[in-house]
Each structure stands twice: as C-alpha cells, then as structure tokens.
Design a protein around this ligand. Structure first.
Ligand code: ARG
Ligand code: GLU
Length: 715
C-alpha cells in the first residue's frame, strides 16, 4: 500500500516536459537534457553564458513589466503593442494620434524618444544564497533574521554595482530558500521606431483578450540608443544606436504542429506550489470578489467612454489594465474550478504526507505544517477580503486614491515647515496629478464613487469601516448619491480649475485644503486601512511565506524524481514546449494557427473591436503576402504552443529549435489562464504572434521594409 502511494506521488508530481520556467544559468544542471530530448538543437552555453555572447544578451526587460528582444545589430528591439502602449500613448496627441493611426519612422531622424522608458539586460546571474544567509542564526527572532537578510542583500547589491556602470538586484527564490543576484545594464535612451495602428495591434480588443483564436498584430518596434562608448546614457541627440552582443536571427520558414519552441523572457509571478487552502481562498473568495468589483468599474467606464473620443482616450489605457486582470481572474477561477484544483491539491498533500510514512518525525512535521496552513488561511481570509474592498473598491475611485496619497504630502509638509528632515518635494511631485487631468474625468469618477460606496456599504460590516466614512454615511441617511455629490461638488482635488488654484501656491495655502471634504474621506480611508488592515495582512502574508518556504523545502527534499522550477518572480527564465493545438471542451478542438483570413472574417461581423483600416482589406484582397505566405499561400497571424508563460512574458521571443525567432509571445488562452497556479499541458497554451505577420505589417502594410535590411532573415 505504502509503495503504491509513493509511486502515485512520483507519477503525479513529475512535471511534464512542457511545464516549468527554468533559470537559464541552470538549464544544464536542471533539465537541459529534456530540452534536447524535445528537439532543441543548440548548446546550453548558447542560451546563457557569462563570457561569450549568448541569447541572454538579446533578451531584455522592457519598461516595468514586459520582455523585448534585440533583432538587429543596431539595437532594434521587438516587443508587444500592448507593452509599448503607454509610451505610444505618451507620444500621441489628438493631432498626431499614433495609437489610432500607427507610426513608422522612415529614417533614424524620425525615431521618437520615449521619456522614462528603459530597457534592461542581464549581465550575469549568481547564486548568493550562502552570502545572504551567512550570519543569520537559528536563534534570531523573525525580525532579526529579516533585518540581517535585508542588510546582506543591500551589501551584495552595493558591491555588485561598485566600480562599474551596472545596476543590481537580489531576489528570493523558492520562497526564500535560495537567493540570486542579477547584475543588469539599464539603457535609458529608447526610441519608438514603429507601431501598427491600434486597430491591428489591439485588433479584437477586450473581446479577444485571453482567448484563442487570435489575429492581432500585437507588436511594436523600438531602438536602444547608447553613448559613443556603447554604454547606457541619458537621452541625447549625440547618442548612437546600441551595438548589442547578440541579436536573434528571424526565421520565416514557419513551423508545424509538434515543433520544438522555447520562450525566453521575464515571467512576473506564478504560484505553483500553493497549498489546497490557498487555492480554496483564491477560487472561492479572492477571484470572485475581485472580478465582481472590477465588473462594476468596467461597466461605468465603458458607458462613459462611448460618449466621446476624449473620454475614450482618457480611459483607454486604464480600462485595458482593469479589464486585463479582470478577465484573467475570471478565466483562472473557472479553469481551477473545472479541473478540480482544490481536490487535486488536497490529494497531493495527502500523498506527500503518506510518502513520509517511514520517517514519522518528518511526517509529523509536515502534517503540522498543513494544520498551520489551514489555521493561517482561515485568519487571512477575512483580512484579504477587507484588503480587497480597500484596493479594488475604495481605491478604484480616483478621488479617494488621489486624496489618500495626500496624507503623506501633508505630513511631510508639516515636517518641512517645522524645519525637520522631510521628503515633501518628492512625495508632492509623486502625488500631484497632472493638470488638466489626463486620465481622469470628474463626472466619470463621481459615478464610480457612487457605485463603489454603495457596494462598500452593502458588503463591508460597520466594524470594518473607517468611522469617519460611517459618520458621513449616517449624516446622509445612507444616500450615497447625495454623499458623493457633496464630495465631488465641493472638493478642490477633483476639479481641474480648483485644483489648479490649489497647487499654484500649495505650500502656503495647504492648511485650508486639509479640510477639503474629499480629502477627509481619502485620509480617513488611508489611515484606517494603513492602521487596521494592512499591518495584520502583511504580518499574515509573511507567516504564509514562511510556511511556504518550509513546504517548498519539504517538496524539494522529499519528492524525488522531480526537478522543481522556482515560481516566476520577474527574473529571466526559459520555458519550452511544442507547437500544438488543444481540446477546449467536448467536441471543440483548436487548430494551432490562425491566418489573415480569420481577421477578415472577424472584421466582417461589423463589431467595433474588429474594425481594421481599409488598407488591410485591400492588401488582403490582393493576397500580396510575398515571402511571408505559408505553403498554402496564406498569411499566418498567430500560433499556440505548450510553453509555460505568464504576465511579463509579453513581448518575449518565441524561438525554434535552432534559436531563431519565429514569433513574439503576447497572451495565453482562456482555458490556460489557470496556469499561474496549476499548469496543465493538455490545455494550457501561450499565444504567439507569428513573426511573418509582423514583417508583413512592417514591409507591406507600413511600407517600412527598409527596416528589414538590418535584420538577419532566414528564408
Ligand atoms: N492578456 C494580455 C496580457 O496579459 C494582453 C493584455 C493587453 N490587451 C488588452 N486587450 N487589454 O498582458
Ligand atoms: N499579456 C501578458 C503580458 O503582458 C502575457 C500573457 C500571460 O499572462 O501569459 O505579459
């Protein structure tokens, strides 16, 4: 019996070759053999090497949370349209609307500098676990352990940065069982080279987001500029295109089902080793609550965005962000539900404990750990709910969020006025909205305030609410409409004209604004949650991390025959799998690729999300696909594969067995959004923009074929 259970555990725990996000510098040690077995043709050193140029030198963090890849020896980089979105929007005006019309520089002089945008390469990765843990004694209190670890990390980072122009950061892996140092090179002069119009880049809009089949040309092109010494430099017209150590060759030979693929990028966050208690909380409480709250917000925004172009522009980015996570949580919740994830986790935990039967001490230890999980999550559920009502309901109202930020501004100002050390200038600059409001409309926000307060009062018990908010609620006899009207009619913070006057001489006049009605609400909310909810939430989250750390160690030590990849944490990873379709549900099988035919089909439905410019349809009629057509004369737009990816992998290079670029990763399928918590090779797929579609858009649609001359194209 024991033996049988143990076997079962082994079988169920062994990662299928398609699951995993592997650290590149460990590919050799961990699963490179399996990569080879699955068809990869190059060496591990070609993926990652410190001494020689390797693929890692062509993969970079784009901005805050995406991936990009170098595709020419003149620093040309490729990423998603939705990753370039905020930079493109930042360069756009109503007269020159690059989102709507697209933009392609026809010469270097026309490449547009993007303020604040950075591109980050990894110079080297080092295991610093021993150094981080060096003087951390078992006898230390949690606090002592914490501060020692923090100090060690700071030291390691400082040392890595001294005497060079690099940046550095240390991240925990396996919940703090290991630590790695990342030495990076950050480029700051990044220019927009080209972007298709939104109607191509975001074709399908929210309707198609997180869904297969896809047809959007979700790409944009940028160029890295460096100083004459090829090192990072602030923007200057003296700067020159960066000469990279490595750039990806591009294959237009295409791919077929079963072909090896790999994705090299910066996945943001996964939680594959959660306990059943965590998955239960996620699927039964967190996901549904957050989805419900966002739905209210999205409906209001959608309604208002329809009324005018200026409102649409104002909220388009915000809307996309809110909608993106909303839809993902919805898919995740359904997927986990459908695959009976909670019970699978329970069974796994049971099997894990049973497998330790010959070591009663250990069995006892881990069974106690499970009880700890249960206890902690029971406590945490309440706090998590309160926190979600704070961040997804109250802070969903810009007026509340914005005024809440001013609590710190006022307190720093007071320090300044008392002649004390202070951070006033900094926090003021960070908290002060750009005027006139760029991404905020007073009347839309008023509606949000009404709806969110109503939900809030209906669902959050009085004991958990900020007393001041409660007193207002009573004063208005529960009429949130009247209450919101009072706030929005009288506040200076949410009104373009009044805010302009307020900020003109803020330091001198500040004290009178501390009585601003909306500010009083923002401050009450901020203070209440900072004091009553956030510290306890953080405390329990830390405890959970500690438990996860133990659990993770247990799994790694005792579940043999499986190589545990670390959860995604925004660091460089390799995922590999193969090009393949999937069975979505009874009788529904998805093919692995899409073509421009499908784009035209969707367009003909007349739905707004599927609008394209006439030019696309004209080119389609001519079937002028040139060398980008497949064997059937069709232009392939996207394909799916079983690479384990997540948010942050957007823009990642998708490579074939020879390491040639065949596409850009941009999404996952609906059924597969659960892969952040539980990967299933049968239906979890990443969605890749076929590079032939990208090149066709650059060359034939935009007439910027000159850019292809600097690429290495494999025909
Ligand atoms: N789902 C993709 C990702 O997570 C694309 C998001 C942007 N597109 C959108 N329609 N909101 O980032
Ligand atoms: N669109 C996502 C991103 O921005 C990638 C899709 C996913 O979450 O896998 O990174």
């Amino acid at each position: 019996m024991k033996k049988l259970l143990f076997c079962f555990l082994l079988v169920s725990a062994v990662a299928k070759s398609d699951e995993g996000m592997w650290m590149p510098q460990l590919v050799d040690a961990l699963n490179f053999k399996d990569m080879k077995k699955n068809g990869f043709k190059l060496s591990a050193e070609q993926i990652y090497s410190i001494n020689k140029a390797s693929m890692k030198d062509a993969v970079a963090i784009f901005g805050g949370g995406c991936t990009s890849e170098v595709i020419s020896n003149k620093g040309l980089i490729l990423t998603n349209h939705h990753c370039g979105f905020s930079s493109i929007a930042g360069l756009s005006t109503v007269q020159k609307d690059y989102l709507k019309n697209g933009y392609f520089a026809m010469s270097a002089a026309e490449e547009l500098p993007c303020k604040g945008l950075t591109v980050t390469f990894i110079k080297r990765i080092e295991d610093v676990s021993a150094k981080v843990m060096a003087n951390v004694r078992q006898t230390f209190s949690e606090q002592q352990k914490d501060s020692t670890i923090k100090a060690n990390i700071k030291n390691i980072e400082t040392n890595a940065k001294s005497n060079n122009h690099y940046e550095a950061f240390v991240r925990p892996f396996y919940y703090g069982n290991e630590y790695y140092l990342f030495v990076t090179e950050v480029f700051k002069d990044i220019r927009l080279v080209g972007t298709p119009p939104e109607s191509l880049g975001k074709f399908g809009g929210e309707t198609d987001n997180w869904v297969w089949p896809r047809h959007n040309a979700d790409f944009s092109l940028f160029r890295i500029y460096a100083g004459k010494d090829n090192k990072p430099a602030d923007y200057s017209n003296e700067n020159v295109p960066y000469t990279p150590l490595y750039s990806f060759p591009i294959s237009i030979k295409g791919n077929k089902e079963g072909d090896f693929t790999m994705v090299y990028g910066f996945p943001g966050r996964t939680q594959e080793y959660l306990s059943s208690y965590a998955v239960e909380l996620l699927t039964k409480q967190q996901d549904p609550l957050r989805v419900g709250l966002r739905e209210i917000r999205l409906n209001i925004l959608e309604e208002d965005m329809k009324t005018s172009d200026s409102l649409r522009l104002m909220y388009t980015g915000k809307y996309a962000n809110i909608a993106n996570a909303y839809k993902k949580w919805k898919g995740e919740m359904q997927g986990l539900e459908k695959s009976d994830a909670i019970n699978k986790k329970r069974q796994f935990e049971k099997d894990f404990l049973n497998s330790l039967a010959s070591e009663p001490e250990k069995q006892k230890k881990y069974s106690e750990l499970m009880s700890q999980f249960e206890k902690t999550y029971t406590e945490y559920a309440y706090l998590s709910k309160q926190f979600d009502y704070y961040s997804e309901c109250l802070l969903a109202v810009d007026g509340i969020r914005l005024t809440g930020n001013f609590v710190t501004v006022f307190s720093e100002l007071k320090k300044k006025q008392a002649g004390l050390d202070n951070r006033f200038e900094k926090v003021f600059k960070e908290s002060k909205p750009q005027l006139p409001f760029k991404n905020l409309n007073k009347e839309t926000d008023r509606k949000l305030c009404k709806a969110m307060l109503e939900t809030y009062f209906m669902n959050v018990p009085a004991v958990a609410r900020p007393p001041y908010l409660d007193s207002l609620f009573s004063a208005y006899s529960g009429n949130v409409d009247a209450l919101s009207n009072y706030l929005y009619d009288s506040s200076s913070f949410i009104d373009n004209n009044k805010a302009k006057i307020m900020f003109e001489d803020f330091e001198k006049t500040a004290s009178q604004y501390e009585k601003d009605p909306l500010y009083l609400v923002g401050a009450a909310v901020f203070n209440h949650y900072q004091k009553n909810i956030i510290p306890q939430t953080t405390y329990l989250e830390k405890q959970i991390t500690e438990l996860q750390k133990e659990y993770m160690k247990g799994l790694k030590d005792h579940v043999k025959n499986k190589t545990f990849y670390p959860d995604a944490n925004g660091t460089l990873r390799v995922a590999y799998g193969k090009v393949e379709g999937y069975n979505a549900r009874d009788a529904v099988n998805y093919k692995y690729y899409t073509t421009l035919d499908g784009l035209v089909e969707k367009n003909s439905t007349g739905a707004e999300d599927f609008y394209v410019k006439e030019r696309v349809l004209e080119l389609y009629k001519k079937k002028d696909f040139g060398p980008y057509a497949d064997k059937n004369g069709q232009l392939r737009t996207a394909f799916i594969a079983s690479n384990h990816t997540t948010g942050g992998n957007s823009g990642s290079p998708v490579l074939n067995a020879k390491g040639e670029l065949i596409g850009t990763n941009f999404d996952r399928n609906w059924e597969g959004t659960m892969s952040d918590v539980m990967y299933n090779v049968n239906f979890c797929r990443n969605i890749t923009l076929d590079v032939r579609f990208t090149l066709w858009v650059i060359d034939r649609y935009a007439g910027a074929g000159y850019l292809l001359k600097e690429m290495k194209i494999v025909k």
